[in-house]
Design a protein around this ligand. Structure first.
Ligand code: RIB
Ligand code: CA
Length: 325
């Protein structure tokens, strides 16, 4: 029986300058028989909500997939944080490749879709979150009994023992909405956290990405046009050319947990640090205080990755899929 999932994402393939990686994860999910996608919810993160909604709508239309899409609303879980992160939802200067759609206000939003789908199918639906956790936190706030009905959350989030990627302390998805992340970690839901520790072991080189563009199919040309600007930005920023496949790794771990080794930890999200907001402080009960207080773990942390096996899955189900179009 395939796993029934909802993908919560901030998809930027289709917006020049945004991180396009979510859409590779969605393609991986579409090409994985182990998964049944009940819906896709979009969240402010890599791009403003209208652009994320437009990008994933374009992706599913081009790949001829009929899957419900529900958009989150601009902003973060906490009002004060929203003001601080407003620029994330207001960026207009990025060139939009996919048609920019307006969000139908009559359609139920992302948090309501998550709540209704999970409450109507108690303990049957897993969430795979590959963006900030705003929608999930709002759904939990709106529907208190929801936490009992979400089977599991596999999240690309945080950093356990390595530095952050948006600040020295924080990984982007948690940093973008730390209060939302804190609420989800405190919910008691079964959580698998896929942190930078393993995500940074994955890499798709510029050459491999360019090879997609050597395939003349219009969708492959779209992928190349979307991804190249991001690679150029990253090369300037971090000098390691290519893409880390953060979200694709989280998606793969959802259906192939044997790719990694897990360690239980109590994860606390810093929301008040002057320099560390968004940090995921992971207590494996190995610190001096951890040995004394022994906080009960609230997440399984993926710490060791079988990179070759992951690469095989990704190449077969995404790269080779694209080249077969
Ligand atoms: O820190 C990596 C995360 O931030 C990924 O989900 C990537 O898509 C960006 O949203
Ligand atoms: Ca993402």
């Amino acid at each position: 029986m395939p796993k029934r999932i909802i993908i919560d994402t901030d998809p930027a393939m289709g917006t020049k300058g945004g991180d396009p990686e979510d859409c590779f994860a969605i393609m991986l999910a579409l090409n994985s028989p182990e998964l049944q996608i009940e819906g896709i919810t979009t969240v402010q993160g890599n791009v403003p909500v209208e652009r994320g909604f437009s990008n994933v709508t374009y992706l599913l239309n081009e790949l001829k997939k009929d899957i419900p899409i529900h958009s989150g609303i601009p902003g973060t879980f906490d009002e004060d944080r929203s003001k601080e992160r407003s620029w994330l939802g207001q960026r207009e200067n990025m060139e939009q490749i996919t048609p920019l759609l307006t969000i139908d206000k009559e359609k139920i939003d992302a948090p309501s879709f998550i709540s209704s789908t999970c409450n109507d199918n108690p303990n049957e639906i897993e969430l795979v979150t590959i963006g900030p956790l705003t929608n999930v936190a709002k759904a939990l706030e709106q529907t208190p009994d929801l936490k009992k009905n979400i089977k599991k959350i596999t999240m690309m989030a945080g950093a356990a023992k390595v530095p952050g990627n948006i600040t020295p302390a924080a990984e982007f998805n948690v940093w973008a909405d730390p209060e939302a992340a804190a609420k989800v970690f405190e919910s008691g839901i079964d959580i698998t956290m896929v942190p930078l520790d393993v995500c940074h072991k994955t890499r798709l080189s510029r050459d491999e990405l360019i090879s997609i563009g050597e395939h003349k199919h219009p969708f492959c040309q779209f992928v190349k046009e979307s991804v190249e600007p991001w690679i150029n930005i990253r090369s300037d920023l971090v000098s390691d050319e290519g893409l880390h496949l953060y979200d694709s790794l989280a998606m793969a771990i959802c259906f192939a947990p044997e790719l990694v080794e897990f360690k239980p930890a109590y994860v606390a999200v810093e929301t008040a640090g002057d320099h560390s907001t968004g940090e995921t402080v992971c207590e494996f009960n190995q610190s001096i205080m951890g040995r004394i207080t022994k906080p009960k773990p609230n997440a399984e942390i993926a710490l060791k990755l079988d990179v070759q096996s992951f690469n095989k899955i990704f190449y077969e189900r995404v790269i080779n899929f694209l080249k077969s179009l």
